[in-house]
Structure formats: structure tokens, C-alpha cells
Design a protein around this ligand. Structure first.
Ligand code: ATP
Length: 475
């Protein structure tokens, strides 16, 4: 694997978030929901470039987890499910955070996130007062009503995770596809949690997208030699950690796998590990991989009264499979990808014109970059715009997202593309009409090659398909 170019030392970590949030807003990546009304603290909108970035991440996940695997299929279930689902899953009784009110400043916060004083009692994280209410349990599920009557019988919830639809549909999908454990069911979609503390931009919000897969394996007594649930737990932990580096181009030294200790584990769990990223505020979860025994199917069998066992024709046994669950978040991943890619290069000592400012560059892997190649006519005349648009059409035929820009001097256009992580720029000039050549400029080192249009198309398309963290190295 090629090395991603090193980041320059210019940006200090705590400053990165401020710079990134302002870049995200300025360049239409991510901004607060309903901004003209003062904004909502807990919800975010993805702009024209942000939607491309997040979609690339989701598509890469789908490709790795569904398309490229013979043993995993996808579903797209509804957000509103039968309310009994959430009783069976334990969310009605147990999906709570400990909530405390500060009597001094009216601040409301999570008791488990508050600082503790020397006497062992918690203090308000806002004003430091110890004059606090009792701890109350606060359920994180959003409640609403199905139909016109707002009584208790009509209460439904917005799903707080996508996973339950895979359990509820386990037999449907297994039978319609004649699947044999081990096999997986995957889903991507919105989930909702009424988080008490929303924090760190999109890291923790109330509406977010998950990418989850439930992998159903035979229980230990029916497993093939050496292929029990522990084997698959280990298998998915390794695969999922590597995905962030190999497919998204995140630097390996910024990722780790953190195994939960016994106190953190749910009673039914056989193991749980988080893939964590070293965010500017510290290590934070990107994805959890859990070995869940047959807890979920047992619960749904009990609450629905429907038999959910699988008949294994080889073992001649009916059983409830055990489950390994890799559960990731699309928004947290997008944020980690952006933070990891953000860089600023100080201007060279002899800088002039547009080059006196530090160069802001997102060193994104071409696979996740919102725009793969910008095609720029040097001037808006002599047929250059038409030739540039022809090249753009050729890129779209190859499935490569290309972008046309004719505004301002070409140096400024390059800077605009660097800032949003576009790995390549192609400039069409007067010579192009004569000899079918263009300049191909590389984002990371700003070097330019004069090459034939056909070669530029091939170089860029190959690199965008193959990915790899150094845009100079062919895919
Ligand atoms: P945390 O401990 O950070 O609250 P969690 O352990 O509750 O996360 P899971 O229930 O395991 O999270 O959900 C799987 C993934 O969904 C998380 O790894 C994360 O990427 C994403 N996710 C969960 N809650 C949120 C949220 N409030 N905002 C954004 N993403 C979230």
C-alpha cells in the first residue's frame, strides 16, 4: 500500500475543528439544520459536496459488506416499527441515560459525563455547582403517534438503531433467499436518539445514519470445527478495523480497536469492541462490533410468539443462530475522514499573488472525494469551454464525477479544488485544439504533467476506481 503524504505541521489539533467547521459551512459540505431560524443544535444538513462525500462512504460500505460478499444480503426497512419490537429489544425499559438538572444555572446534563469533586459527588459541568436534582432515567427514543388519535395505543417510536429490522426479518430473508448460516443481513438508514448532550459537530446528533450488519452464525454446539461465534467475532473485528484504512484512506495510526471490559458488556454479550478514531478531543467510537449470542432472536421469538428457529439440514437440528454485529455510523465516519484529511501548507518564502495564503488541502482518498476531477478551460473563449465539457462527458461515461469551473484565474480554481479534496484538475488551453493534450495537475504535490486527453482520462479513472492514499501513485 502506498503511503499517504504526510500532513504538514502547520495545523494544531485543537484548531482543526474550528477550521473544519468553517470550511464545511463555506464550501457546502455540512451545516446546521434550519440555520435561518437560528439553527438546531442537534441536527445537520449535508450540502452539495457533503452529500457526495457521505454517499461515497455509504456506497463503499455497501460494496464491501454486501456486493462483494456471497454471504450477505441487504434490506431497506421502515423507520417506524411495531412498538413491541422495542419492548423485545429492551429499548423501552433500558435505553436510558442518567439525567440531572442543576438548580443553580438550570443546566441539564448527563450524570455519567459530569466532573466529580473531591468528595466524590458530581458537579454541574456548566457552573460547577453541587446543588443538583436527583438523577432521573431519561429514555432516548423519540415518541410519536401513528394515526390521528394521540392516545397510548397509538404510540410508536422512531427507530434508535437499524439493527432490529434485521432480527425481525431474519426468517423472511433467510427463507426467500435460502440462506444458510453463517450469513448476514445489512442495512443503512436514519436512526434517531434524543441525546441529552449533543457534541463535537456531527459526532453526536439526534438524527444520524447508521450502517449495520447482523451476521447470523451457528451456535457453538452446531458450529464447524474452529468456526464458532468467537471465530467470527475475531474475523469481523479485524475486517472492520482494516476497512477504515484500506477503503477510506484514514491513517492507521489514528485508529484503534478498544475491547470493552466486563463491566461495559451487556449481560448477554460475549464480547464487544469499538473501532475508535483519535479525534481532536480524544479517542471516540466510529463503530461497535458485538458478539450478541442468540439474545435478539430469543427476545423476538418470545415477544412475537413466532418461531424463529432455523432448521440445519446437515446437522438435523433446529436452532436460533448467534449474532455478530458490526454497527457503524455514516456521519461519524464522514467527520473522521474530513478531520484526517484536513491539512494546511504554509506558503513558500517567495510566494506571490494567490500563493501568499497557506494552502488548505483535504488529502482525501480519491474514492471518497466528492469531486474526482475538475476540468478547467484556461479562458472562456477559443472553444476551450466546449472542449472541457466534452472531457467532462467522457468522465461521466466512465462513472467518474467530474466538475466544470470557468470562474476566476486558474490558480484560484486550483485552490478551490484543493480545499474540497479534488485529487485531480485538468486544464484545457490553446494547445489542446492543436495536439489533443491537456495539463493534469495533482492535488498533493501540485505537480503538472502535459499529457494526451486519452491518457488523462485513463490515469484519473484508474486511480479513482482503485483508490489509494497517494494520488501520485497509480491505482
Ligand atoms: P456512543 O457510546 O458514542 O453513544 P453507542 O455505543 O451508543 O455510541 P451504537 O449504539 O453502538 O453507538 O451505534 C453504532 C454507531 O452508530 C456508533 O458507533 C456511531 O457511529 C453511530 N451513532 C450512535 N449514536 C450516534 C449519535 N447520537 N450521533 C451520530 N452517530 C451515532
Amino acid at each position: 500500500m502506498s503511503e499517504k503524504p504526510k500532513k504538514s505541521e502547520a495545523v494544531e489539533e485543537p484548531v482543526v475543528m474550528q477550521k473544519l467547521v468553517s470550511l464545511a459551512k463555506r464550501r457546502g459540505l455540512i451545516f446546521q439544520s434550519s440555520e435561518i431560524y437560528g439553527g438546531l443544535r442537534s441536527a445537520y444538513d449535508y450540502g452539495p459536496l457533503g452529500v457526495e462525500l457521505k454517499r461515497n462512504i455509504k456506497n463503499l460500505w455497501w460494496r464491501t459488506m454486501v456486493h462483494e460478499r456471497e454471504d450477505v444480503v441487504g434490506i431497506d426497512a421502515s423507520i417506524i416499527m411495531h412498538p413491541r419490537v422495542w419492548e423485545a429489544s429492551g429499548h423501552v425499559a433500558g435505553f436510558t441515560d442518567p439525567l440531572v438538572d442543576c438548580r443553580a444555572c438550570q443546566n441539564r446534563f448527563r450524570a455519567d459525563k459530569a466532573p466529580t469533586a473531591e468528595d466524590g459527588k458530581i458537579r454541574c459541568p456548566n457552573c460547577g455547582s453541587g446543588n443538583l436534582s436527583d438523577v432521573r432515567k431519561f429514555n432516548l427514543m423519540f415518541k410519536t403517534h401513528l394515526g390521528p388519535v394521540e392516545d397510548d395505543s397509538a404510540v410508536v417510536f422512531l427507530r434508535p438503531e437499524t439493527a432490529q429490522a434485521m432480527f425481525v426479518n431474519f426468517l423472511n430473508v433467510q427463507q426467500s433467499y435460502r440462506l444458510k448460516p453463517p450469513f448476514g443481513i445489512a442495512q443503512q438508514g436514519k436512526s434517531f436518539r434524543n441525546e441529552i448532550t449533543v457534541e463535537h459537530f456531527t459526532f453526536r446528533s439526534c438524527e444520524f445514519e447508521q450502517m449495520e450488519m447482523e451476521y447470523f452464525v451457528p451456535p457453538p454446539q452446531y458450529s464447524d470445527e474452529g468456526k464458532g461465534p468467537d471465530y467470527w467475532y475475531d474475523y469481523w473485528r479485524k475486517l472492520r478495523l482494516n476497512w477504515y484504512t484500506e477503503t477510506l484512506g484514514i491513517r492507521a495510526e489514528k485508529l484503534r480497536l478498544r475491547e470493552h471490559d466486563a463491566a461495559e458488556l451487556a449481560h448477554y454479550a460475549k464480547g464487544c469492541a469499538d473501532v475508535e478514531y483519535d479525534y481532536p478531543w480524544g479517542w471516540g467510537e466510529l463503530e461497535g462490533i458485538a458478539s450478541r449470542s442468540d439474545f435478539d432472536l430469543t427476545q423476538h421469538q418470545k415477544f412475537s410468539g413466532k418461531k424463529l428457529t432455523y432448521f440445519d439440514p446437515d446437522k438435523k437440528a433446529h436452532y436460533l443462530p448467534w449474532v455478530i454485529e458490526p454497527a457503524a455510523g455514516a456521519d461519524r465516519t464522514a467527520l473522521a475522514v474530513l478531520i484526517d484529511a484536513y491539512d494546511e501548507e504554509p506558503p513558500p518564502p517567495d510566494a506571490k499573488g494567490d500563493n501568499v495564503e497557506p494552502r488548505v488541502v483535504l488529502r482525501l482518498d480519491p474514492r471518497v472525494a466528492p469531486i474526482k476531477v475538475a476540468v478547467l478551460p484556461l479562458v472562456k473563449k477559443e472553444g476551450m469551454p466546449e472542449r472541457a465539457r466534452e472531457i467532462i462527458r467522457a468522465f461521466f461515461k466512465n462513472g467518474v464525477n467530474a466538475f466544470y469551473d470557468e470562474k476566476d484565474a486558474v490558480g484560484r480554481r486550483y485552490r478551490r479544488q484543493d480545499e474540497v479534496g479534488t485529487p485531480f484538475c485538468i486544464t484545457v488551453d490553446g494547445q489542446t485544439a492543436q495536439d489533443q493534450t491537456v495539463t493534469l495537475r495533482y492535488r498533493d504535490d501540485m505537480q503538472q504533467d502535459r499529457i494526451k486527453i486519452a491518457d488523462a482520462l485513463e490515469t484519473v479513472t484508474k486511480k479513482v476506481m482503485a483508490g489509494g492514499r497517494d494520488v501520485r501513485k497509480p491505482g
